[in-house]
Design a protein around this ligand. Structure first.
Ligand code: NAI
Length: 335
C-alpha cells in the first residue's frame, strides 16, 4: 500500500538535500508517493505567497510532510513560515533526537542518546504581549502556559518513552523563580508522571540541566520542557553530537506532522552540491517511525551509521570531500 506525503523542497540547499533524501527513500522501499508543494521564497516568486493555500491543503490532506528549510525574507513584516506552519496545524510537540554518531567532530565521542520534547505553541513565544515603551527604555514580553498545553506535551513525552522503550523522562523547568508559568508546567508534569509508574520521572531546574547535559549527557533519556527552554536545550544537544548536519526534528500535532532538518537554508553553500543530507535523512527516519514503518526507519539509520563508520563519501562539514548526492548514494548502497 502506498502512502502519499507532502514534499516541500524549500530554499537554498533545500532542493539538493531533498533530492538526495528522496533518492535514499526510494531505495528504502517505503511505498511513499510524493505530492510536491511550494513554500518559502520559491513560492513567493511563483505564487506571490510564502505559504500558498494549495500547500496548506496538501499537508492537511496527507497529514504528513517532509520539508526542507525555508528562508523567511528579512524585513517587510513577514512572520517566520516555520512558526506560522506550527501554529496553523497546532503542531504542539517538537521532537529532536540527539545521538552520537561515529566519525563526527564532537567533544563526547559516544554515549549521547537522548530526545528533547519541546512544547511548540505557547510559553514565551507569543506574538502578542510584546511591547517596547514609547521612550524605548522599557520592553515587556509575555508568556502563557496552559494546563492543556502542559498536559499534552508531558503525556506525549511519556508515551514516546513507552513506545520507544526508553526508561526516564526529565521535566526541565524554572519553577523556583518563575512560579506562575513554570510552576504550572511542573505541577502538571508531576500529575501526568503519576500515571506512568513504569517510567522514571525526574525534575531538573533548567540551569542545572544545561550543566548536567554538558558534564554527563548519558544520564538523560527524554527531556520535556516549555518552548523557550526547549529551543535552547535542543540546540545544545545538537552541539553535543556534532552539530546541525546531523540534527533532525519533528513537529507533531493531532492532525498533521512535519518532519525537517533543524538547520537552515545554508545560503553560503547553496547550489554547490556539498551540503550534508543526513539531518533531513534522519528526519525522514522519524517520519517512517511516525507512519508505522519502524523497521524501515531502523534500516535507514543503520545505513547512515555504517556510511559514517566507513567514512565513505562524507561531506565537508564531516571532514570529507564528498558531494550531497555521492553521500546519499553511499548510504543507499548500504540499505
Ligand atoms: P543555517 O543552518 O542555514 O547555516 C549555519 C551554518 O551551518 C552555515 O555555515 C551553513 O553552511 C552550515 N550548514 C547548515 N546546514 C548544513 C548542511 N546540511 N550541510 C553542511 N553545512 C550546513 O543557519 P543561518 O545561516 O542562520 O540561516 C540561513 C537561513 O535559513 C535564514 O533565512 C533562516 O531564516 C533560515 N532557517 C530556516 C529554518 C527552517 O526552515 N527550519 C531553520 C533555521 C534557519
Amino acid at each position: 500500500m502506498t502512502q502519499k506525503i507532502t514534499v516541500i523542497r524549500g530554499d537554498g540547499i533545500g532542493p539538493e538535500i531533498m533530492d538526495a533524501t528522496l533518492h535514499v527513500l526510494d531505495k528504502v522501499g517505503a511505498g511513499l508517493e510524493y505530492e510536491f508543494a511550494d513554500a518559502g521564497v520559491v513560492a513567493l516568486e511563483k505564487h506571490g505567497d510564502l505559504m500558498p493555500k494549495e500547500t496548506l491543503d496538501s499537508i492537511a490532506r496527507n497529514k504528513v510532510a517532509l520539508k526542507s528549510p525555508l528562508s523567511t525574507p528579512i524585513g517587510g513584516g513577514f512572520t517566520s513560515i516555520n512558526v506560522s506552519l506550527r501554529r496553523h496545524f497546532d503542531l504542539y510537540a517538537n521532537v529532536r533526537p540527539a545521538k552520537s554518531f561515529p566519525n563526527t567532530k564532537t567533544r563526547f565521542g559516544d554515549g549521547v542518546d537522548l530526545i528533547t520534547v519541546r512544547e511548540n505553541t505557547e510559553g514565551a513565544y507569543l506574538a502578542e504581549g510584546q511591547e517596547v515603551s514609547a521612550d524605548g527604555l522599557t520592553a515587556v514580553s509575555g508568556s502563557r502556559i496552559t494546563r492543556k498545553g502542559s498536559e499534552r506535551i508531558v503525556r506525549y513525552a511519556f508515551e514516546l518513552a513507552r513506545s520507544t522503550g526508553r526508561k526516564k523522562v526529565t521535566a526541565v523547568h524554572k519553577a523556583n523563580i518563575i512560579k506562575s508559568t513554570s510552576g504550572l508546567f511542573l505541577g502538571v508534569a508531576r500529575e501526568v508522571a503519576a500515571n506512568y509508574p513504569d517510567i522514571e520521572f525526574q525534575e531538573m531546574i533548567v540551569d542545572n540541566a544545561c550543566m548536567q547535559l554538558v558534564m554527563r549527557p548519558e544520564q538523560f533519556d527524554i527531556l520535556v520542557t516549555t518552548n523557550l527552554f526547549g529551543d535552547i536545550i535542543s540546540d545544545l544537544c545538537a552541539g553535543l553530537v556534532g552539530g546541525l548536519g546531523l540534527a533532525p526534528g519533528a513537529n507533531i500535532g493531532e492532525h498533521a506532522a512535519i518532519f525537517e532538518a533543524v538547520h537552515g537554508t545554508a545560503p553560503d553553500i547553496a547550489g554547490k552540491g556539498i551540503a550534508n543530507p543526513c539531518a533531513l535523512l534522519l528526519a525522514a527516519a522519524q517520519m517512517l517511525d511516525h507512519i508505522g514503518q519502524p523497521q524501515n526507519a531502523e534500516r535507514l539509520r543503520k545505513a547512515i551509521v555504517a556510511t559514517l563508520e566507513a567514512k565513505d563519501s562524507l561531506t565537508g562539514d564531516l571532514g570529507g570531500s564528498g558531494t550531497t548526492m555521492g553521500f546519499a548514494e553511499a548510504i543507499a548502497s548500504r540499505l
